[in-house]
Design a protein around this ligand. Structure first.
Ligand code: DAH
Length: 338
């Protein structure tokens, strides 16, 4: 047994390979999990008692020798390598991998940029709302059938408290605290009691816009929509379809002309070439007075859109669930975007 250790000691001392692969193989052979050292240590139990002391000493010596040898050889080879290379003293010590922004943040920031350029500020409100700000002030009194348009998560112990179903609640809060002229954009997370599928999620994001001043007309709204669609999609053909929202009168849904060039265009526009992107309208006078703004003096428009929907169009993403899974293979694709 002792002879065996002495043999190994000699082999280790005589080992002089310079090649880094050979050094690594040597290291694994001796110091690896199933290497020589592990075997010899395991064999300690079988060493006759009178030899145990010497065996132990030699074994520790061998372990030390292996460690020193590997360290020596490795530092020699790396010193050689670095003299062969042109070294840049300013390069980072190790490669730092930079992450990417989430596609929803990218799209939100782009929309914010577009509206900031024409004087809109950002405002935010709470995700846990009360009935007044989410519904009643927005011309949706209790028992109004339009409440069913947005399946709501209520807080069980207090039916007055709910998870906001849209960011329109923020326009109420903003108007309650600010007098016109008002130009504000409210991005945020909203919640609806809906089954999750490729097209719908119970948590998603919206951006709400509000513009109130004297003599604001529907023509101003249309001009702003044209500016927005042109800036975001590079497309300036839009149509306004009459629609209904309790908080605006008249109300419209905005479609952009997407085109019918590819098979995907046919699929996503259902063969029409048109895509719905947002809702809008002139703020209902009732909403203005509910929020302490004189509807005789002021008028304004509002609009709201889903950020996921816009991101799905811009990046051709077919399933809304992708945004919430945080699959690194998905997120990585947005590196350096926008
Ligand atoms: N709040 C509406 C929704 O969630 C979107 C919306 C439509 C907002 C029209 C508006 C608007 O401000 O004028 O479906």
């Amino acid at each position: 047994m002792i002879n065996q250790v002495q043999e190994h000691l000699k082999t280790v001392e005589n080992f002089t390979e310079q090649d880094s692969e050979a050094i690594e193989a040597f290291r694994i052979k001796y110091a690896g999990k199933k290497g020589v050292l592990a075997d010899l240590f395991a064999a300690f139990r079988e060493v006759p008692p009178e030899e145990k002391k010497e065996y132990g000493l030699l074994l520790n010596q061998l372990k030390q020798a292996v460690g020193d040898k590997v360290k020596d050889l490795q530092s020699q080879t790396s010193a050689q390598q670095s003299t062969n290379q042109v070294t840049d003293p300013f390069r980072p010590a190790f490669p730092i991998e930079i992450g990417s922004r989430h596609p929803l943040s990218l799209v939100r920031n782009r929309i914010i940029d577009i509206f900031s350029q024409v004087g809109f500020s950002i405002s935010e409100g709470p995700e846990i709302e009360d009935d007044w700000h989410n519904f009643t002030a927005l011309n949706l009194p209790e028992h109004h059938p339009a409440r069913d348009m947005q399946d709501t998560f209520f807080i069980q112990t207090n039916p007055d408290i709910l998870l906001r179903t849209h960011t329109s609640s923020v326009q109420v809060r903003y108007m309650e605290n600010n007098q016109p002229p008002i130009r504000t954009l409210s991005p945020g997370r909203v919640f609806r009691n809906e089954a999750i599928s490729a097209r719908a999620h119970c948590i998603f994001h919206q951006i709400e816009g509000l513009y109130i001043d004297e003599k604001v007309s529907f023509a101003d709204l249309k001009q702003m929509l044209l500016y927005f669609t042109e800036s975001l999609f590079g497309k300036s053909k839009i149509r306004l379809r009459p629609s209904y929202f309790p908080f605006t009168e008249p109300s419209a849904e905005v479609d952009i002309y997407w085109g019918l060039k590819t098979e995907t265009d046919y699929r996503i526009t259902k063969g029409t070439g048109w895509l719905e992107i947002m809702g809008c309208g002139m703020v209902d006078p009732n909403v203005l007075s509910n929020c302490g703004i004189d509807p005789e003096k002021f008028s304004g428009y509002a609009f709201g859109m889903g950020i996921e929907r816009i991101a799905m169009l811009l990046y051709e993403i077919g399933d809304i669930r992708m945004f919430f899974e945080n699959d690194i293979r998905f997120l990585k694709q947005f590196k350096g975007s926008l």
